[in-house]
Design a protein around this ligand. Structure first.
Ligand SMILES: C[S@@+](CC[C@H](N)C(=O)[O-])C[C@H]1O[C@@H](n2cnc3c(N)ncnc32)[C@H](O)[C@@H]1O
Length: 221
């Protein structure tokens, strides 16, 4: 079996479960047209995020890493109409593109983007005493994932679901001597996740249009 079957099956799942979605197609196009990095989740991964958020009956979602708002749209759609999604993004340009895409999807009333380093925005939310979130998706720069997780825990309650993307990195997390700072950061996060008594967690490996990778899924006890 070669890797192309993973891509073909991913496209098959995409055609079956996320067909002809104008807002998402336009968002994907905006990534190409504006030349920002093509590092969003895939359509099939986005649909999975939507399902996980829906299953957790989230009314408040926190996202770390907005890019063009592709995953944001999936997640905001899982919220009831009076729900709220706060998304954290470093780059003003990404936030502006995302705001346009989110408005185009008719979701602007549910989404607030905080621009700046995610660590600072998380500290701000904690110090403001923000209401806890029911679902948290971590998908920004990889070296501080462990720090993001620790801060996310402070914004959680029993039952909060925490999902983190890109936690396998084609297996590079297995190399304890790695010079790849992203893989090393993820390995630190994975270990912390496994050793944190406040959560039950595991990792699901993923293949498809994107490289071999994985998502961590945790629930706060
Ligand atoms: C993988 S992309 C997010 C993709 C998005 N979740 C999706 O699937 O559509 C990561 C985003 O995190 C942002 N980012 C990088 N470092 C950051 C930081 N320190 N604080 C906040 N955002 C950061 C990047 O600018 C980029 O837009």
């Amino acid at each position: 079996m070669n890797d192309s079957v993973f891509t073909e099956v991913d496209q098959y799942i995409h055609r079956l479960f996320v067909p002809d979605d104008e807002a998402l197609n336009k968002t994907m196009l905006s990534i190409k047209e504006t030349g920002i990095p093509s590092i969003s989740v895939s359509f099939t991964q986005g649909k999975m995020l939507f399902l996980l958020a829906k299953m957790s009956r989230a009314t408040r979602i926190l996202e770390v890493g907005t890019l063009a708002g592709f995953s944001t749209i999936f997640l905001a759609r899982a919220l009831p109409d009076n729900g709220e999604l706060v998304s954290l993004e470093l780059e003003q340009k990404h936030a502006d593109i995302a705001s346009k895409n989110i408005a185009g999807a008719g979701l602007a009333h549910k989404v607030k983007i905080l621009v700046g380093p995610a660590g600072d925005s998380l500290d701000q939310l904690i110090s403001e005493g923000a209401q806890p979130f029911d679902f948290i998706f971590i998908d920004a720069d990889k070296p501080p994932y462990a720090e993001y997780f620790e801060k996310a825990l402070k914004l959680s309650v029993s039952g909060t679901v925490i999902v983190a993307d890109n936690v396998v990195r084609e297996g590079r997390i297995l190399d304890t001597e790695t010079k790849d700072e992203d893989a090393a950061g993820i390995a630190r996060f994975n270990k912390l996740l496994a050793e944190t008594p406040e959560v039950d967690a595991s990792i699901l490996q993923t293949v498809g249009e994107k490289m071999h990778d994985g998502i961590a899924i945790a629930i706060v006890k």
